[in-house]
Design a protein around this ligand. Structure first.
Ligand code: PHE
Length: 472
């Protein structure tokens, strides 16, 4: 409704389960409309999977050793959410809440691509130039030889060739012989510069398998420019929590049961009971499914349907920003087919004394593999892998590290979830179960994004409000 206020009705009481991005957004929006919200949060912090670790912060793990970040002052590690696309509603909340943002470098031509079958890493610009170059050559020559005549007129072919010459930096004979786009051994200055060594053959370029790496930012959700809050991703959660009112948020309060009553809801938690008119549950579905409740068997079955996905990250702190000084990498991502998958370089603090890399960001089996190790073994393994790209300094200059295994993170137990299908269970949980509503990225098409949590929250509070307005 356009009238997002209670229009003279008594303030309905809403208990929100989880000070997640979804839960905080619900409480924030309902608070604007005059609702009386209480947020129950199991862990000691707000933000859910928006975790930023700074020195002294402790990270607990189910069945594992706790870690305490021992970073330099000013160093932070976004252990969860890390980047925002400009079209996402997250940007609107940053603006509204006064959270300053800066560019998150998600594509850096100077970062590396490294696959196990390579003898040395290549710069992303080199991998891209060679792949685009040869693909353009093949297509241009196929078209020139008439192979596409059934699809293309003579005019089409001329226009296509004109594009492909640009796309691949081809010679006038439509051959790719390498290009300045590959980069240089020594970059031009007063002198012309020293080009990189010989351009690999088409066969070698295909065998290198750089296709995934050079297309990773092609999607609408990964394309530059992307953004991050200045000072850490948890600034968003903190600003939401401040706007909700910290006195309305009870951390360290795990929920133990949810009951629909004829005229309200009753939520039990370690330490008491909360009665309210409505409840919005934002816990991960597989955790909600384990809670005692009276929402019915179909709801339990639906909550069990989405499958948790493992994800992991390690923050590697260095006393020297060697990736900038030695490698000229300012932000961005190195893509690999190693079990670390990605290395993220920081998009802030350029040229400051030290800094923190994300030494792995992996999902599924690779995340399980690291997650099963002790923290020190995760670090060892991550260093062994990263050394293949960056050499000995990757190990020798390390200052400190913290790793997270999302599947083993208390009260979260997953990086995100995947739905086998978007029918049935997915649709059922969009609807309230009596007076209990659900919200979370897991109920959207934006799983594993803060924006999904926010969009879901907005939809849920809109529906709840519509119901309150129509109730007499
Ligand atoms: N949002 C997360 C990220 O950007 C996870 C994700 C990756 C979600 C790719 C969708 C696509 O890393």
């Amino acid at each position: 409704p356009s009238d997002f206020s209670l229009s003279g009705k008594a303030a309905a009481k809403v208990v929100v389960l989880g000070a997640s991005i979804a839960g905080l957004t619900c409480a924030y929006e309902l608070g604007k409309a005059g609702y009386d919200c209480t947020v129950l949060e199991a862990s000691g912090r707000v933000g859910g999977r928006t975790i930023t670790l700074r020195t002294g912060d402790r990270l607990d793990e189910l069945g594992g050793e706790p870690q305490t970040a021992a970073f330099e002052e000013g160093t932070y590690f976004n252990a969860g959410a890390g980047r925002i696309a400009p079209w996402m509603v997250t940007m609107d909340y940053c603006r509204e809440l006064g959270v300053p943002i800066e560019t998150f470098v998600n594509n850096n031509a100077s970062a590396y691509v490294y696959n196990e079958n390579m003898t040395a890493p290549v710069r992303a610009r080199t991998a891209r130039a060679d792949l685009y170059g040869y693909v353009a050559e093949l297509l241009a020559k196929a078209s020139n030889a008439g192979a596409l005549n059934r699809r293309l007129t003579a005019d089409d072919r001329e226009r296509l060739a004109e594009f492909l010459r640009r796309f691949g930096d081809l010679g006038s004979d439509l051959t790719y012989r390498g290009s300045e786009r590959r980069g240089f051994e020594t970059y031009p200055g007063v002198d012309r510069g020293v080009p990189l060594g010989a351009t690999p053959s088409l066969r070698d370029v295909l065998a290198a398998g750089t296709g995934r790496a050079v297309t990773m930012d092609f999607g609408y959700d990964q394309a530059m420019p992307m953004f991050q809050p200045v000072g850490g991703m948890d600034t968003i959660a903190g600003a939401l929590a401040d706007a909700v009112g910290r006195d309305r948020i009870r951390t360290g309060t795990p929920v133990t049961g949810i009951r629909n009553l004829p005229d309200g809801v009753e939520v039990t938690h370690r330490g008491g009971t909360v009665r309210a008119d409505y409840c919005i549950a934002t816990l991960p579905p597989h955790l909600l499914a384990r809670l005692p409740h009276n929402l019915g068997t179909p709801v339990t079955a639906a909550l069990r349907t989405p499958v948790p996905v493992s994800a992991g990250k390690i923050g590697l702190e260095y006393g020297r920003r060697w990736w900038e000084i030695d490698d000229r990498i300012y932000g961005g991502v190195t893509e690999t087919d190693l079990d670390i998958t990605h290395i993220w370089y920081p998009s802030h603090g350029y040229h400051s004394r030290g800094g923190l890399l994300v030494g792995y960001y992996n999902v599924g089996p690779n995340a399980d593999l690291y997650g099963a190790l002790s923290h020190s073994d995760r670090r060892k393994r991550a260093l062994t892998q990263g050394k293949k790209i960056h050499g000995e300094k990757y190990r020798s200059e390390l200052r400190s590290s913290v790793s997270i295994a999302w599947r083993r993170t208390p009260y979260i137990e997953g990086g995100w979830v995947g739905w086998p299908s978007h029918e049935g269970a997915f649709a059922l949980l969009q609807r309230p179960a009596g007076r209990v509503y659900f919200a979370g990225d897991w109920l959207t098409q934006l799983i594993a994004w803060q924006a999904g949590a926010m969009e879901s929250a907005r939809r849920t509070v809109t529906e709840l409000h519509r119901r309150v307005l129509s109730a007499t």
